[in-house]
Design a protein around this ligand. Structure first.
Ligand code: ZN
Length: 330
């Protein structure tokens, strides 16, 4: 049967029921709003279909749901809820009703079985109506979450932060090659104003490969001193750098934190509850871009791009100065 043919008004449904009864088919009715379809719904529908030959789903209309669940519901409109149900092989008919309860269509259909979820139970309003024609009520116990409990869980979740990860040398400060002395730190043009603005909405990080440590060119402490200096200068301007993320390794170490690897990004995302999909990385090397792209982030390349760049390293945005970042990130 075509999916659209399964969605029927009550009048047409009653004609179908009469025909099916002549063919000795047992009729099962299930009623609900099936808003934001989830596995608990599917379990209920499968269980209901198992109770007889024909499964009719009585579906609360949008108006019906609004009047008993409030203005925020339904989440999914009746047309889409009906189509989703009709697409299931277990469902034979879907009929939308406007009233608060399904008593009206139920008492016209007079099903053999009425299946109800355990949240309503035997005390449900339909019980005594079913007795009038010898129909039976079956309670389906579901261990799954309900739409309401899913929404509660989602709403209670602390919203994830957005972040911007900046490469250090050549982006925030002048790249002098293996920089490791506080005295060599020169901030690039527009860095403070731009960071100040971006910091209003985003958590700011510095992410830097410092293979000079692994190569024995300078110590971890020297890098820390440089970062403490950058941090101090930023603080003076009212800018907070959440953390300086440092990979001290070189290629041969095969670590997970040296860009283009994204270990430091993933770690920070976990630690600070950051939505990487809504976050940015800014770098002057294609390895920065690759680390961002493999982390599902937006990427900004600062500098002049080669002509052909593989898609894994192809930035979303190219800028030539730090200030231009504001044109892309609001
Ligand atoms: Zn590393």
């Amino acid at each position: 049967m075509l999916i659209s043919n399964k969605i029927v008004p009550l009048k047409k449904l009653l004609q179908e029921v009469t025909r099916l009864r002549k063919n000795k088919k047992s009729i099962v009715v299930l009623s609900g709003s099936f808003d934001m379809f989830h596995s608990g719904h599917l379990g209920l529908i499968k269980a209901a279909k198992n109770k007889g030959d024909i499964l009719i789903v009585l579906l609360n209309s949008d108006a019906s749901i609004r009047s008993y669940k409030g203005n925020g519901r339904p989440i999914i409109l009746e047309k889409d809820r009906a189509e989703l149900l009709a697409a299931l092989i277990y469902v034979d008919y879907v009929c939308i009703f406007d009233e608060l309860t399904c008593i009206l269509p139920l008492t016209r259909i007079k099903p053999d079985i009425f299946v109800n979820g355990s949240d309503w139970g035997k005390l449900s309003i339909e019980t005594d109506f079913l007795k009038e024609w010898g129909g039976k009520i079956k309670i389906h116990k579901s261990l799954s979450e309900t739409t309401s409990s899913i929404l509660e869980r989602v709403n209670n979740e602390k919203p994830a932060s957005q972040a911007i990860f900046f490469d250090r040398d050549g982006v925030l400060i002048k790249d002098t090659g293996y920089l490791h002395k506080v005295g060599d730190v020169v901030f690039l043009d527009g860095v403070f104003e731009t960071l100040k603005k971006l910091g209003e909405k985003y958590k700011l990080f510095v992410i830097t490969n410092q293979s000079g440590i692994a190569r024995g060119m300078y110590s971890n402490a020297a890098v820390k001193a440089v970062h403490a200096h950058i941090d101090r200068e930023c603080k003076k301007k009212g800018i907070t750098i959440t953390e300086f993320l440092v990979c001290p390794h070189q290629d041969e170490d095969g670590c997970e934190c040296r860009k283009p690897k994204n270990g430091l990004l993933l770690e920070a995302a976990k630690k600070y509850n950051i939505a990487l999909g809504k976050s940015w990385i800014v770098g002057d090397k294609l390895t920065d871009i690759e680390a961002g792209k493999t982390s599902n982030m937006r990427t900004i390349f600062m500098g002049k791009l080669e002509k052909h760049v593989h898609s894994i390293r192809s930035p979303h945005v190219v800028v030539t100065s730090f200030k231009e970042i504001l044109n892309s990130i609001q």
